[in-house]
Ligand binder design. Structure first.
Ligand code: 3PG
Length: 207
């Protein structure tokens, strides 16, 4: 289930891969640094090929697909081998399709009503998005009042210097973000630098 995936590591790198040739060395670096759950966003034409390559060549990685916008994206992702799916939000169509597909699904929520709709759909784990802009750790902590059963993966605007503020909250299982795979490091092939970033993120919390 989604909760077990998020419990594998405190941080889920959100990857925007421009060149599928980068996918395998990037995934290896992140996994070596201690972050096995990876979200490959469907924002580039290289995304699906990247998911296929990581799935084939980096068995230690747990690859999910991000930026899911419509039910068809779930099918495409599942065919490519993705093991979980993430969306910035949640429509009724998407919640229904995710349930039908059986794929662990992490929908985005930004308000109390969205959390309530997710709970009604039978889910208990949500991506709090965009985490920093909706009020940061204070907002996620406040969801704990009315929704003690809900768990969150805050994502959006989190950087290495704010990560710990989210991870110390009792209703946060993990956090996500793009800061682990900076564009400059990826295009320079600085896999060691990325492994080092991953290692310091992996050390942020005991899970
Ligand atoms: C996402 O899709 O989750 C966000 O783009 C991640 O946001 P970040 O770049 O601020 O980490």
């Amino acid at each position: 289930a989604m909760l077990d995936i998020l419990k594998r590591a405190p941080v889920v790198p959100v990857l925007v891969i421009e060149n599928a040739d980068d996918a395998v060395p990037l995934a290896r670096a992140l996994v070596a640094g201690g972050l096995p759950a990876l979200e490959v966003t469907l924002r580039t034409s290289a995304a699906l090929d990247s998911i296929r390559r990581i799935t084939a060549d980096v068995p230690e990685a747990l690859v999910g697909v991000g930026t899911i916008m419509k039910p068809a994206d779930l099918d495409t992702a599942q065919e490519a081998g993705a093991r979980f799916a993430v969306s910035p939000g949640a429509t009724d169509a998407l919640l229904g399709a995710a349930r039908a597909s059986g794929m662990p699904f992490l929908p985005g929520v930004a308000t109390a009503s969205e959390v309530m709709r997710g709970l009604e759909a039978g889910l208990t784990v949500f991506k709090a998005f965009p985490a920093a802009a909706i009020g940061g750790p204070a907002t996620v902590a406040a969801f704990g009042g009315p929704f003690p059963e809900a768990r969150f993966c805050p994502t959006g605007g989190i950087r290495s210097n704010t990560a710990a503020d989210y991870l110390r909250l009792p209703n946060v299982v993990a956090i996500g973000g793009t800061w682990l795979a900076p564009k400059e490091k990826v295009s320079a092939g600085d896999w060691q630098g990325i492994e080092d970033l991953a290692r310091s993120a992996a050390g942020l919390a005991e899970h």
